[in-house]
Design a protein. Structure first.
Length: 241
């Protein structure tokens, strides 16, 4: 501030104030004049206002105090039409614009072992819930498809051995070589895989109301005969040719 006094008589001028009472720029420490910028931030639990000269001091202040978003690499401050100035603080001390947090999470999150997309909430696609599978994660929405693609298949019907509503309850039988058969396919599998009676050509296994599962093994090596078919087999075998 400069005081100019025009007078035709000798006059004593005593200053009534000095610059020590004026607000100063927190960067250059000079008294503020004209237009200047204010920055509000929290410090020690209280809101603090910093005043900064326009021009080079503003740039220096921003360089020194304004955090940079780790996703878009722009300074975290109000930018009309782009950024609100709000931010998220990450565990490592870095910061992300509130507007960038979704993109940041999608870019850095662990990926689903089935679809390859981020394990994160993505509106309209994923709710963010997941299953821990081995050393990876699988979206809740992808789990059924993942199981279908990785499950061992039934040696009888060729379908995945897992719970499929309305078809399979998930139970199974394990046969030689660690192969699996659906609980629901077991009867048909046995009928298809069992040796056939040389007399009636039906499978040698227990069939309620018909066969109790016992059989005779022919000494000739020609095959097996149901216990219930034995008499008929002998009659036919001993009949005159």
């Amino acid at each position: 501030y400069c005081l100019t006094l025009f007078s035709s008589k000798p006059t004593a001028v005593v200053p009534v104030s000095d610059t020590s009472s004026l607000p100063v720029c927190c960067v250059c420490q000079r008294a503020l004049s004209g237009t200047f910028r204010t920055f509000t931030h929290e410090q020690d639990g209280q809101m603090k206002v910093d005043r900064v000269c326009q021009g080079a001091c503003v740039d220096a202040y921003r360089e020194r105090n304004t955090p940079v978003c780790v996703d878009c690499h722009q300074r975290i401050e109000v930018v009309e039409g782009r950024f609100s100035g709000r931010m998220f603080s990450l565990p490592d001390g870095s910061s992300v614009h509130a507007e960038c947090i979704d993109a940041y999470q999608i870019r850095t999150s662990e990926k689903c072992i089935h679809c390859g997309h981020a394990i994160a909430a993505i509106p309209g696609r994923f709710d963010g819930k997941y299953y821990q599978v081995g050393g990876g994660k699988c979206h809740g929405e992808c789990m059924e498809a993942y199981q279908l693609s990785t499950a061992q298949h039934c040696v009888h019907c060729g379908e995945p051995v897992m719970k499929i509503a309305g078809r399979f309850d998930g139970r199974f039988y394990k046969i030689e070589g660690d192969q699996l058969v659906h609980f629901e396919c077991w009867g048909q599998y046995q009928a298809a895989a069992a040796p056939k009676c040389v007399h009636c050509q039906q499978p040698i296994l227990q069939i309620p109301g018909r066969f109790d599962g016992r059989f005779y093994d022919l000494a000739s090596g020609a095959g097996k005969v149901h216990f219930e078919c034995w008499e008929g087999y002998q009659t036919l075998a001993n009949a005159p040719k």
